[in-house]
Design a protein around this ligand. Sequence first.
Ligand code: ARG
Length: 464
Amino acid sequence: MATKKAWGGRFKKKTASSVESFTESISFDSRLYKYDIEGSIAHTTMLAKCKLLTTGEKNAIIKGLKGILKDIETGKFKFKAEHEDIHMNIESALVKRIGDVAKKLHTARSRNDQISLDLRLWARDQIQEIITIILNLQQEIVTKAKPVWNGILPGFTHLQHAQPVLVGHYFLAYVEMFERDRTRLVDCLKRLNQSPIGACALGGTTLDTNPEITSKLLGFASTFNNSLDVVSDRDFCLEYASALSIISMHLSRFCEEWIIWSSQEFDFLDIDDSYCTGSSIMPQKKNPDILELIRGKCGRVYGNLFSLLTLMKGLPLSYNRDMQEDKEPIFDSSDTVKNCLSILKELINKTALKLENMENSCRKGFLDATVLAEYLVEKGVPFREAHEIVGRLVGVCSKNGKELSDVSLEDFKGHSSFIGKDVYRVLGVKNYIKQFKSHGSTSPGSVKKQISAWERKLKKLMAC
Ligand code: ARG
């Protein structure tokens, strides 16, 4: 049913109901209600300070807005498509509630700066929430790593056995990854924390307003510089969607690894029954569906980023209605990544690591080949030659089904006179691990240092 629109003055005909349902955004932007009301209260306060509203008018409007907030939160409020979006739904409810004085609320404001404000306030909260969730995940990983830090597992390149690594080292690699994600969000937060309110439709206003007041009331770090730019800008959504995409990519890598690790072939993990699902036909199945879904959801998070990039491409200044299409993708990415991070934390907590299988698996694939080459380097053999010698030894061993540490001293000598009996002190993954000494390596000393550094850092970060 078409009703009189707040913008209806110049129209002679009612809006077609198909147009109302095609153009509405209330079905998805109603979730911005809290920010819309918060913004309107700050705007009202500014208008009164600038003498564009009397104190009485200000109080009536704020009281009305607070009443609407309560109605929404208690489920009494009915959002209507005929009122198009969150802004008009609240404004028309305010007129109904407090009468004509409500019609002064939209002084020196447009829905163009209003929606940018609502979205920025929403994104600010979301980002802060996700930062906390990432910190919790990092904490969970460190807690998981600490008691098993000196377990040994094969490190891979090309998914082929490469060098042994400590379990602690493996886990802390992900803590580093998530730290980059966290700080990317902190960066994004800095740029989006600029108030757009007061830019009005695009060119500003001829009324004597003070956007600084509104900006301060809403806790922004700064106010816009150029009204035309700020109402046209959705970079903050793009940045947030990009940061979320990178998080999602990191999550998918972790999940892929654990899916492989939970296979019968690897058997490095046992995910708790409560975090797995079964098959409708194969009674024996216990599937890592959570990990697969997190990996899969990366697709929609990338898709949302591409929707937003494509949406903004080629848009002339300033506001265009296309921009209403920014909400569903960014809301979806935010919800999706938040859920994935939270459930992964639970799953990590509920997974038992099979340390013995990890260590047994280190017998395969000549993980200690590189330490033998470096042993030769220490004896004065140029690295390329050492590489060649060890390569030949590996070739022989793999033909005979032997490990490097099974080779006799005599056979070693046959390949290089530089090899002495001290070679057995470096061969084998346990010996190898102790030999690592470079910065940030998987040596026990380095891993212990990394764990305590992360414990200190996370404690500090979680306290703020
Ligand atoms: N619902 C609109 C959006 O999300 C609000 C801004 C509308 N502005 C306008 N000039 N029609 O983009």
